[in-house]
Design a protein around this ligand. Structure first.
Ligand code: NDP
Length: 474
């Protein structure tokens, strides 16, 4: 069994306590994870603070060089990373449409290299006889990153790389469900980055809270649930920490009467069930005009019926298990509520394999707003399909919840779709697609889905503060 350690101040550090990381496909133990104490967290934060002056004083080119070396070293361990990711998270090695662990790993490399290539340069806003005035961007200090269990490696990179390239140092705390790939990454990074620049502190139950109230952490970036995001915001007030909160969503997709169903059914399926639905910006509520409702339900059902759910290590598996038992119970409860309300299950809806936390791909129609499956985030492989006759109703439905991460409009009339899209209350709107993110396009939520954006120049700026420099010329 592979051994894992915390990474603090450039060293592997063992702990007194350990906890088991469970493979959700068969409930076996993947490995023992070191459980950090709050004292070890404090040591990690102190190391990050001590490393900050030298790291932030390097040029972008010098930091980029290190991060590119990190990408190469991670790439050299591709197979080990992909297998470990499948074992701790559950997603298939390849999976449906090649959106499995290999996809997450490929995204990890692409995001390191692309983000490390970016740079924030001073912006001159005045240069005349009176004065030269420029806006400079300065690193904040120590960034605390708290990552979730759905894309443990990729979201870790989304947090770490923009923080590091802009000159911050990092203490990352991976989810206790999926800490291993992050610890593995930290082990590789410790031989490349100066000591203290990147610290990995796994733990459970007390580390997250100790980070959000830590006086020497200058910013927290968190991806996870809205209630935990609100708790972080409260304790971050102590030292006015900067925050980026990427919280839950319940994205609506609206399919108009003129949509080309044959062309879009596959895309709607893929973007609803990507990572078994455990994706913050997956399509989670599908509103379909009555003119194309039956046709789309049939096309989606045909695709769903050809899918195989199973152990992600098997080459022919399309979808793996849910990552953890708690999430499986949420999905089962939402399905039960839908059944009690008389909804129609087009496929799935029953657990058939209890070897792991499996739930089949499930499509539900004859369901309305107000059902728990529509109003609450399922974060799993079950999609409600709701019929509408007037697009105004669909827009009202899409906007009626407190969350606002993404949304989509599907139509052959692009102008009309864009006009409807602009009325959706969400951070990203896709036309004839959903859940697509890329390193240079800002991504973030509104309302209870959080604030702050990831990716692109806007994403880098989240890890800096402005210093305005006014040089008088007279
Ligand atoms: P949470 O959203 O509750 O996050 C758990 C993490 O937050 C742990 O690392 C925990 O660390 C930390 N934490 C808890 N309290 C605090 C605090 N006060 N300050 C700082 N950190 C804290 O995760 P769950 O796994 O319970 O997921 C719940 C739901 O979130 C899911 O059902 C799903 O709907 C959604 N979700 C959304 C994701 C997204 O991408 N937006 C990803 C994953 C889940 P510690 O234990 O050490 O305190």
């Amino acid at each position: 069994m592979q051994e894992f350690n915390l990474i603090i101040d450039g060293e592997k550090v063992s702990t007194n306590d350990y906890f088991d990381v469970i493979n959700p496909a068969d409930k076996s133990v993947v490995a023992r994870c070191p459980k950090a104490s709050v004292e070890q967290l404090n040591t990690a934060v102190a190391a990050a603070k001590a490393a900050f002056p030298a790291w932030s004083a390097l040029t972008y080119a010098e930091r980029r060089d290190k991060l590119m070396q990190l990408a190469d070293a991670v790439e050299a361990k591709s197979e080990a990373f992909i297998t470990l990711l499948t074992k701790e998270q559950g997603k298939p090695i390849n999976g449906f449409a090649d959106l499995g662990a290999g996809f997450e790993f490929g995204g990890t490399l692409a995001w390191i290299r692309s983000t490390a290539s970016m740079e924030l340069t001073p912006e001159t806003i005045q240069d005349n006889d009176a004065a030269h005035i420029a806006i400079h961007r300065k690193a904040l200090g120590v960034v605390g990153s708290i990552t979730p269990w759905n894309y443990p490696l990729l979201i870790g990179i989304w947090h770490m790389i923009p923080a590091l390239i802009t000159g911050n140092t990092v203490v990352i705390k991976p989810s206790e469900m999926t800490p291993l790939t992050t610890l593995f990454l930290g082990e590789i990074a410790k031989d490349i980055l100066p000591k203290g620049v990147l610290n990995v502190v796994a733990g459970a139950g007390e580390i997250g809270g100790a980070m959000s109230s830590h006086k020497d952490i200058d910013k927290i970036i968190f991806t996870g649930s809205t209630p935990t995001g609100k708790a972080i915001m409260k304790s971050a007030a102590e030292n006015l920490k900067r925050l980026t909160l990427e919280l839950g969503g319940n994205d609506a997709g609206i399919v108009l009467a003129d949509a080309d169903i044959e062309a879009i059914a596959g895309k709607i399926f893929a973007t609803s069930f990507i990572n078994n639905g455990q994706t913050c910006a997956a399509l989670k509520r599908l509103y379909v005009h009555e003119a194309v409702y039956e046709q789309l339900c049939e096309a989606m059902t045909n695709i769903a019926n050809s899918m195989k759910t199973g152990n992600g290590l098997d080459a022919d598996t399309d979808f793996g298990p849910l990552q953890n038992e708690k999430q499986l119970e949420i999905v089962k409860a939402l399905a039960q509520d839908a059944k009690e309300r008389g909804a129609n299950f087009l496929c799935g809806g029953e657990v058939v394999d209890e070897t792991g936390y499996f739930y089949p791909i499930t499509l539900v129609n004859n369901i309305q707003d107000g059902a728990r499956l529509v109003d609450e985030e399922q974060f799993g492989p079950i999609l409600p399909i709701i019929k509408f006759s007037d697009v105004e109703e669909a827009i009202t439905s899409a906007n009626r919840l407190s969350v606002g991460l993404g949304g989509s409009v599907w139509s052959t009339d692009i102008e009309k779709a864009q006009s409807i899209g602009s009325r959706l209350e969400c951070g990203t709107v896709w036309i004839n697609n959903h859940a697509m993110v890329q390193p240079d396009a800002p991504f973030g939520g509104v309302k209870d889905s959080g604030f702050g954006v990831a990716f692109g120049e806007a994403g880098l700026k989240e890890f800096t503060s402005i210093q305005t420099m006014q040089t008088s010329k007279s």
